[in-house]
Ligand binder design. Sequence first.
Ligand SMILES: O=C(O)CCC(=O)C(=O)O
Ligand SMILES: [Fe+2]
Length: 247
Amino acid sequence: MGSMSLPKALPTINFSLEDLEAWDLFQVPLENKVKNISEEPYRGYIGPNPLMPLYEGMAIDNVTCPQETQKFRDLMWPHGKSKFCEITDLFAKLLGDLEHTVERMLFESFQIPQEQYESLASSNTHLLRFLKYRAPEDSDTIVRFPGHTDRNLTTIVVQHDVGGLEVRIKDGDWISVESAPSQFLFMAGDGLQVWRNDRVKACHHPVKHCGDKTRYSLGMFTFNKWRIPKEAKKAESPIKAYCGVKN
Ligand SMILES: O=C(O)CCC(=O)C(=O)O
Ligand SMILES: [Fe+2]
């Protein structure tokens, strides 16, 4: 571990889904929701499906560009929606800053020079996903999101008032993540695991049973196609074929 320089101030995020009117977002007609599309898979609207019958998600790709938030708002609310862009842009900026701060600290612990990190991070992109998990009709026997690792580099998840998110820690135990709009979970994804040649493990996480309430959460997904550094290739453990990435 290198010397860890703590940021002077962590961003404060005063955010609630009510402010963001995410409740309303899921009320828009399906014909508007399905206009949330992307050329990349899984970056647009995903409705309930056999694997996740209670799930619904909508996403803004490149969310740190205000034009993208506006484009999304115009698709969902063609007659306008006050404050949506203002609040989403602010939230995206704060979450982007949080992601950058935590990632910079992580790279410092890898003893990677800061300039190298900044040059890699300058091409990061961020996707914000709004998530709703409908309450099950009878008993809560359905896992709301089966266990998985995220394919991107890193993810920050914010749960609203209903929890259910669990993460597997190093020794195989599970911890459940507290739900509060001011609690942010930062996770490594497959992209970071590959880039660090397995020295960082992608975080395995399901959303478990969480009672009879509708659950809302938000995820900020960071993407980049960083080239695997030469030093990592020379290191003791060879680069493994993983997620389509080969040495
Ligand atoms: O809803 C959550 O808390 C987590 C969602 C998630 O893991 C994902 O979208 O990849
Ligand atoms: Fe995930």
